[in-house]
Design a binder for this molecule. Structure first.
Ligand code: NAD
Length: 337
């Protein structure tokens, strides 16, 4: 673990990104101009790249896009069918990882957390997982994470993540919270740039399960998107914002609802992403706070920024010997410079 002076980080933290698809590559770009964090490790499905002095994000993305894996990167890449396991064993100087991995099957992220525990690794892990049942699996791992010396931050993307944290903040004006309504709009130029995100969104459509969506071929996904003109409309999703706000003591999970519209053929957002928090003040007034994200901000900006903000917060907790599991609604993210 790198040293920290009072207030700001003096020595950059060494961070890794697991999963190098849409979000993983965006995460590497987000980190590039930062001086408090340096990207030293990347894993994808077919390999990994590691350099304790830092990896060049454009070279990593170019290799991934041309060859399908950062394992082909010269001279730091290694091809592997168990890239995460191999990277954990090889990379001895990583303070924290952002897990930009698909959670398919729905137990995958919890199994990755178990791999870190079993390897005796100590540090900070951050995910941007979406499903309530997936976050609940992590909650079950809390005692093991604590014993292992891992500070795990879950649900730290946009929703859950930024919007859940905004709801926790907005709730402070009220004596009682009546509802938290999250509505997101996502626009991406093509679904192939964010395959796992789209596949996992399809799993939320009526008539689909996680198993069905994971089993769909790319051609089947394209056929489905052709039928809807590239638009996915999602309502009453099983989203972990509910369990996170319940755990943070804000309101019962039944008062939290999440839905949205994803356009897979147009980078323009189909609607403005927002969270509305309705409650009753101590004077008995009913009111609604609305927090709306700027339309120009992409999904990647709203996921990767918070993920690293929570990674920085997790590093501060870890340095103080605070391990276990935390959600985005429980801890403030810190701004990474
Ligand atoms: P993607 O499909 O573009 O990329 C996935 C990456 O993971 C690929 O690089 C792939 O090689 C790698 N991978 C797959 N299996 C692996 C394994 N076993 N070992 C190592 N690497 C492996 O994914 P994406 O669209 O960037 O989405 C990533 C995740 O982020 C999804 O689970 C999605 O639901 C989540 N997400 C969360 C939010 C939020 O606001 N919380 C928003 C968007 C996406």
């Amino acid at each position: 673990m790198t040293e920290q002076g009072s207030g700001s980080i003096k020595v950059p933290s060494r961070v890794g990104v697991l999963g190098f698809g849409g979000l993983g590559q965006a995460a590497a770009r987000v980190l590039a101009p930062k001086h408090e964090m340096v990207l030293v490790a990347i894993a994808d499905q077919k390999g990994y790249a590691y350099n304790s002095e830092g990896l060049n994000h454009s070279a990593c993305s170019a290799t991934y896009q041309s060859h399908g894996s950062v394992g082909y990167l010269e001279p730091c890449g290694t091809l592997s069918n168990q890239s995460i396991q191999d990277l954990i064993e090889r990379a001895d100087a990583v303070d924290g990882y952002f897990l930009a991995l698909p959670n398919l099957p729905n137990t995958f992220m919890a199994s990755v957390a178990r791999q870190f525990i079993a390897a005796g690794w100590r540090g900070v892990l951050v995910d941007a997982m979406k499903r309530t049942s997936a976050v609940e699996q992590l909650l079950g791992l809390l005692p093991e994470l604590q014993a292992a010396g891992i500070t795990y931050m879950t649900g730290c993307g946009a929703t859950p993540g930024l919007l859940t944290a905004a709801a926790a903040l907005a709730a402070q004006s009220y004596a009682e919270i009546h509802s938290v309504k999250i509505t997101f709009g996502v626009g991406i130029a093509n679904w192939e740039a964010y395959r796992a995100t789209i596949r996992e969104d399809i799993a939320h459509l009526p008539g689909y399960s996680v198993e069905q969506a994971s089993a769909m071929s790319d051609a089947e996904i394209e056929a489905l998107l052709d039928e809807t003109n590239g638009i996915l409309t999602l309502e009453n999703m099983e989203h972990a914002d509910d369990v996170m706000l319940e755990l943070a003591g804000i309101c019962d999970r039944s008062r939290v609802s999440v839905g949205g519209v994803v356009d897979t053929r147009n980078p323009k957002k189909p609607l403005s992403t927002n969270v509305q928090v309705t409650g009753r003040t101590f004077e008995g007034k009913i009111s609604t706070h609305t927090f709306t994200l700027g339309d120009e901000t992409s999904m990647a900006a709203n996921v990767c920024g918070p993920a690293f903000g929570y990674l920085k917060a997790g590093l501060a907790l870890h340095r103080r010997g605070i391990y276990g599991l935390f959600t985005a609604a429980e801890v403030m993210p810190q701004f990474v410079k």
